[in-house]
Unconditional design. Structure first.
Length: 446
């Protein structure tokens, strides 16, 4: 490792080689809307991230940031992936770090076993059946301090607790729950965050340059610039369901995907809705230039084992040329990739659906298209839920070439929910799920 910004060190060599994990995944792009979505695709490579102690990883980036990692290993880098230029290399990003839920007196408490964890941009390389970490960049504030993964605002976010759910932790206005990642032509990064929700511009060395948040959010105390440039309607985002997908179009514009429908006018309406939103942002104008209504398929079509509509979410969006996107609809057990095209006439930005007094709201409409909403047309590319052996919780997708996709899962740092997540000594009882990258060959390409 070699030093870089003051008080920080980057990882410049593989920390460990991964161990192979048996996995068979098939994927196919449908030539027409009626083509079978699970035939003829094949897995050409599967690779696994090895064991890297989380404390050692974090302290190599920001010394002293982690007092006790509770036996947790590096994971969570499957929040998203983006090609890094060289064959087999990708930029990935962690989410807010290890977290879980424990029921105390009938109420769920959100736990953060490693509160000092600093979300990081992690560059990986796929070598044979191993995933290697070749670089890592900590996210930092303007003064070089860690950007933690702790919640921002008491009025909007879950209260954070220690690993055993017994001791409250402090909120952190600098905290980010990072998800999507792309790299701009100038070497800077763009990330999305679930808390704000927000779009975050980050320097090549990890310093937060600007965090773009919804108008009226009123976030104070952050040690980096905060700009209220996103539609205020996003203030109604569901807890832990802000922005999760991010794509960079050929013209440099960014597309952000709201993971779940807004809680508009209330949480019940959001949980029952199948309509979420995509937003287009111009880095040149520093403004949102379009907004699109995206309609999920019925939950039992996406995941036949699920009947709860609120489990539907978008976890990844990938630019595939022009204004076309692959959109991943998923539950925690199944996923489908849909192809959409962002047409100018489909934008709903600034209209009645951005007014939270409109009744019924966009989220309450049983059939938005019949009500005159220009819902994005979509075509099913592949139903991963019908393909034997697909890894669960695929959250990151990158386009390798016309015929190949790379997928990465989010293993949640090996954590599970409940009091049994840690043993009597406070050490993690690991779930055994590993971070896995799988290459999928599409027989007809994209």
């Amino acid at each position: 490792m070699s030093p870089h910004a003051a008080g920080r060190r980057r990882v410049h060599r593989p920390l460990v080689t991964g161990l192979p994990l048996a996995l068979t995944v098939a994927l196919v792009a449908a030539a027409t809307a009626t083509a079978a979505p699970s035939e003829d695709a094949r897995v050409v490579r599967t690779a696994t991230l090895g064991e890297i102690p989380l404390g050692a990883f974090s302290d190599a980036l920001l010394p002293g940031s982690v007092d006790d990692d509770h036996g947790i290993e590096l994971g969570g880098i499957g929040s998203d992936m983006y090609p890094a230029g060289r064959k087999g290399e990708y930029w990935t990003v962690t989410d807010r770090g290890p977290n879980g839920q424990i029921n105390v007196d009938g109420k769920k408490r959100r736990t953060f076993p490693v509160p000092g964890f600093d979300p990081a941009i992690v560059k990986i390389r796929v070598v044979g059946d191993s995933v290697q970490v070749v670089d890592a960049i900590p996210l930092t504030t303007s003064s070089g301090e860690a950007v933690t993964g702790l919640p921002d605002q008491q009025s909007r976010d879950e209260a954070p607790y220690t690993y055993d759910a017994r001791t409250p932790l402090s909120y952190d206005p600098d905290g980010l729950d990072t998800e999507g990642i792309v790299r701009a032509g100038d070497g800077t990064f763009w990330l999305v965050d679930e808390y704000g929700p927000s779009l975050v511009h980050v320097s090549a060395r990890g310093k937060v340059l600007t965090r773009y948040v919804p108008q009226g959010l009123g976030l104070t105390g952050a040690d980096y610039p905060v700009v209220e440039a996103l539609p205020s309607i996003l203030l109604h985002r569901k807890i832990n369901r802000g922005f999760e997908g991010l794509a960079q179009l050929p013209d440099g514009d960014l597309v952000m995907a709201l993971q779940s429908p807004l809680s508009l006018p209330d949480a019940g309406a959001g949980d029952a809705s199948r309509t979420t939103r995509l937003l287009r942002f111009s880095p040149r104008k520093k403004a949102v230039t379009a907004e699109y209504a995206y309609r999920f398929d019925p939950v039992n079509e996406v995941d036949p084992s699920e009947d709860d509509t609120s489990e539907l979410k978008i976890s990844s969006v990938v630019a595939v040329g022009g204004d076309r996107l692959l959109v991943e609809e998923r539950t925690d057990r199944a996923a489908r990739l849909q192809l959409v095209e962002l047409r100018r006439r489909s934008s709903i930005l600034g209209g009645p659906w951005d007014d939270d007094t409109t009744s019924p709201s966009l989220e309450q409409l049983d059939d938005p298209a019949a009500a005159g909403v220009p819902v994005l047309a979509k075509r099913l590319v592949v139903d991963l839920g019908k393909v034997h052996g697909v890894q669960q919780k695929i959250e990151g997708i990158a386009r390798v070439d016309r015929d190949t996709l790379a997928l990465v899962n989010d293993n949640d740092f090996g954590m599970t929910d409940g009091a049994g997540a840690f043993d009597a000594q406070g050490r993690l009882v690991d779930s055994g799920v590993r971070t896995t990258v799988t290459y999928l060959r599409l027989p007809r390409g994209l």
